[in-house]
Design a protein around this ligand. Structure first.
Ligand SMILES: Cc1cc2nc3c(=O)[nH]c(=O)nc-3n(C[C@H](O)[C@H](O)[C@H](O)COP(=O)(O)OP(=O)(O)OC[C@H]3O[C@@H](n4cnc5c(N)ncnc54)[C@H](O)[C@@H]3O)c2cc1C
Length: 434
């Protein structure tokens, strides 16, 4: 790893950050009798996809950070996320693409069906675009793979940010739920859709879009029997899909309209019952996959988003605090782009920040503004488009659904334009490319 050059505009910071963080005495100043303030250079809040990808990308550029995560461990539950070619390019740049490819099947195409099981249309991804790559990745394995790239103890678990304040010396004071404090020179907030840091920066809560998703992972100990394709089933006000992603696991989802997000349900028997009730008259293949799903992988999520309206939304950064991933741009999953964009953010931000830290050609604040300028034109249209596609696909009107199933999907849908947003290229994460 190349040694760091001190930036002229920020003389006291970040050469051998990792070493400094390790060697620093933990207690620097007393905030009150009960708590002390730990000093850190770069703190990443949240050990989800965005947080870990950002930490690894920075590390590839020779910049250390500490990641603080509210959970006691990495998220072990959850299902899978589908990555298109932009997501895979980001994973390659971060350095974990091939390790993940070895574990997850390449998905060849998509089959669209109506709720009576009739095939409406099918496509092969590579017929439309030879460079397309689609694989679903189990979230738990993705997080573990990213975390394994970081030095031991790089992630502080059970560290929930409760409050954020500006502190002296232009630093940011993070108050944790256990009453401890961290004073950070730079905060990269990757704390997801309900980000307390985004709230502190003036962002409103994301808005519920009128539908919820059930998801789960069907498990087939003797091997799953499906072709490597996404099967998509369109109903009235409800749609579902499944995709085999490894030799013995099949990811499924089901989106349904609901006037309100409803109460949080964690009881697996209720989740299973609710899911099965919604598709009990649908082709049995989906019901069979749901029945093959262990209790602990079924989850229900009300879908939300937040549009980054120009001139209305707050900026993505405030001083030396910046938002990445869902913390900045929660979007509905209708394009399968939330996590792909979180990875893109991580790579772009790491490069901009490295410019500031290593070469001092711009300040940290300027690097964050440059990140926002580059990312906003990509994120805003994707968030809006994902929302509009969801609204169309969740239609309940029988005439509209009939036109969709009998005219639009069979005759007019083209996969190429639908996946154009997956065209996104990166420079490698190297010193000379920074
Ligand atoms: C139904 C559904 C299907 C989806 N499918 C896809 C898909 O196929 N492809 C795709 O690209 N995207 C998909 N997404 C979107 C994707 O899941 C998100 O965009 C992605 O998880 C965002 O990652 P993140 O790291 O920004 O946030 P998260 O994954 O939410 O991570 C945030 C982390 O911050 C931690 N945290 C939160 N608050 C605090 C705090 N106060 N202090 C400390 N830590 C905190 C959390 O515990 C968590 O570990 C889907 C989303 C949904 C809802």
């Amino acid at each position: 790893m190349a040694s760091l050059v001190l930036p002229q505009k920020w003389p006291s910071t970040l050469p051998s950050v990792r070493t400094r963080l390790r060697s620093r005495p933990p207690c620097v100043s007393m905030a009150n009798a009960k708590s002390f303030v730990r000093k850190e250079d770069i703190v990443i809040v949240g050990a989800g996809i965005a947080g870990l990808a950002t930490a690894v990308a920075l590390q590839r550029l020779g910049i250390g950070s500490v990641v603080i995560e509210q959970g006691e461990t990495l998220r072990t539950g959850g299902t899978s996320v589908t990555f298109f070619k932009n997501g895979w390019k980001a994973l390659d740049v971060i350095g974990v693409g091939n390790e993940l490819r070895r574990q997850f099947l390449e998905i060849e195409g998509i089959v669209m069906k109506s709720e009576d099981g009739r095939e409406l249309r099918s496509f092969k991804f590579k017929d439309e675009d030879a460079s397309q790559e689609v694989r679903a990745v189990e979230r738990k394995i993705l997080l573990e793979t990213l975390a394994n790239q970081l030095p031991p103890n790089a992630i502080s678990f059970s560290s929930k940010v409760k409050n954020v304040e500006k502190s002296e010396n232009d630093e940011t004071l993070l108050k944790l739920e256990d009453d401890s404090h961290i004073s950070a020179k730079i905060v990269i907030a990757c704390d997801g859709v309900r980000s307390p840091v985004a709230n502190w920066m003036g962002f409103s809560d994301p808005i519920y879009v009128g539908h919820c998703a059930f998801r789960g992972l069907g498990f087939y100990p003797d091997g799953q029997p499906f072709e490597p394709k996404v099967s998509y089933i369109y109903g009235r006000g409800i749609r579902a899909g499944y995709v085999p992603f490894s030799l013995n696991k099949v990811y499924w989802f089901l989106c349904y309209n609901s006037p309100s997000p409803g109460p949080k349900i964690t009881d697996p028997s209720i989740l299973r019952h609710e899911t099965e009730k919604l598709v009990k008259v649908w082709p049995s293949e989906l019901l069979d996959i749901i029945k093959s799903t262990p209790d602990d992988t079924i989850i229900r999520t009300p879908l939300v988003d937040r549009w980054l309206w120009p001139g209305i939304s707050p900026p993505a950064s405030a001083g030396k605090v910046v938002l990445v991933g869902d913390a900045w741009h929660p979007m509905t999953p209708n394009l399968g782009q939330g996590a792909c964009c979180a990875l893109e953010d991580a790579v772009v931000l790491a490069k901009k920040l490295a410019h500031a830290i290593k070469f001092g050609t711009l300040t940290v604040e300027e690097s964050f503004r440059s990140y926002e300028r580059e990312r906003w034109p990509r994120i805003f249209p994707l968030t809006a488009r994902a929302n509009l596609i969801g609204a169309v696909l969740q239609q309940e009107n029988s005439v509209v659904c009939s036109i969709r199933n009998n005219v639009l999907v069979p005759k007019f849908v083209r996969l190429g334009p639908m996946l154009e947003h997956t065209n996104f290229d990166f420079e490698p994460l190297q010193f000379d490319a920074v």
